[in-house]
Design a protein around this ligand. Sequence first.
Ligand SMILES: Cc1ncc(COP(=O)(O)O)c(C=O)c1O
Length: 422
Amino acid sequence: MDGATPDDYRGFMVRQRHEVRDRFPALDGPDALLDNAGGSQMPADAIEAAHRYMTQCFVQLGADYATSRQASAIMDQAHRLARMVVGDDGRGQVILGPSTSCLVAMLADCYRRAFDPRRPEVIVAESGHEANVGPWVRLEREGWKPVFWKLDPSNCLCPVETLRSLVSERTRIVAFPHVSNLLGSIEDVAEITRIAHSAGARVVVDGVAYAPHRAIDAAAWNVDWYVFSTYKVYGPHMAAMYGTREAMSQLEGPNHYFISRDEGPYKFELGGLLHEGCAAWVGTGAYLGWLAGRETDAALDRSAVIEAFEQMTALEEPLQRTLLEWLAARQDITLFGPAASSPLRVPTFSFVHKSMSSRQIAQAANAAGLGIRFGHYYAHRLCKALGLDPEDGVVRVSLVHYNSPEEVQRLISFLHEYMSGG
Ligand SMILES: Cc1ncc(COP(=O)(O)O)c(C=O)c1O
């Protein structure tokens, strides 16, 4: 078990790492894929499901012939799976779309049209990816008042105490990331949501950097809106946005006039969905079931989703610990985000070197077959708040459950040698 003691694992290990890796055909390539916060690989289950859909039922939805019924059923399954993955308890629904950026921009546009002059303020966390910052800041042109929830660069946190002082009866929305795509620390969504709700505001949570690592629990956290990208959660290039029925009912969607305000997610799903993507996403659900040790073809239930993510956490933890220990021991780099491994952290690591540029390090690593990157990763404002030049930004390494201790060792050996001038 990768040299870790059983106590390190929160869940019972149903699947071994080599079995998991065998499930992902792309991991056989020459590069170690260590930029998973940019996008994860798909298991064969998802790839084959897309292939099946495209060969067997690539037709229009909603007609009564058998092939169309089959296609419609897969779109329904994709929505159901997304609701199960976000942990909806029946209070909400899920909108599928092309990307998180598109879905948040669409939501901001709906709020733009529902402007309430008594509540003109939208609070945005400075630690966010621009996808959940820019669309809210741009509302300023329409009379809204964006308020920045500033980062404290000394500990890389947007302090919850600061938020308490920012919310008021004038606040309509609080937009923030569950996990920053640079820092890796998990925010207390339930507490932030309580603070926002105490002022009568709604929350829009960017869960993109959280969703690949832990089970989302939208109902338990009582969030109004929660969005993640399926292509970072072992699925296709799409995204899913949970919203409560109550929050949805107060907005007019962008869809056509004859689609009623009551038609849940459909009023927000403008145009056709990526059908083959939906099919692949259903295949991702089958992978989650497999990871949780369920029988093939067993209908996925919420407990399997939770167990699958526990497996992922258990597989990630020794990788996270090893890399953090190495990074924390180096005197020549600054690591942003928590330096110790804990359940409140995901294995996304960003650092800068005291004399080498991030570009230089990442490009040398790339030449050695290590798939990492440098830059601001669209967390442009966060990089500025940290006093960095966003163009050079940070070196980021982001691991997921299918990475291996060997890949981590390869990276460490390379960085050690390169940074020691070797
Ligand atoms: C934290 C975070 N939020 C939002 C996004 C945007 O996601 P999408 O590419 O689906 O628009 C990303 C993409 O990297 C991200 O890391």
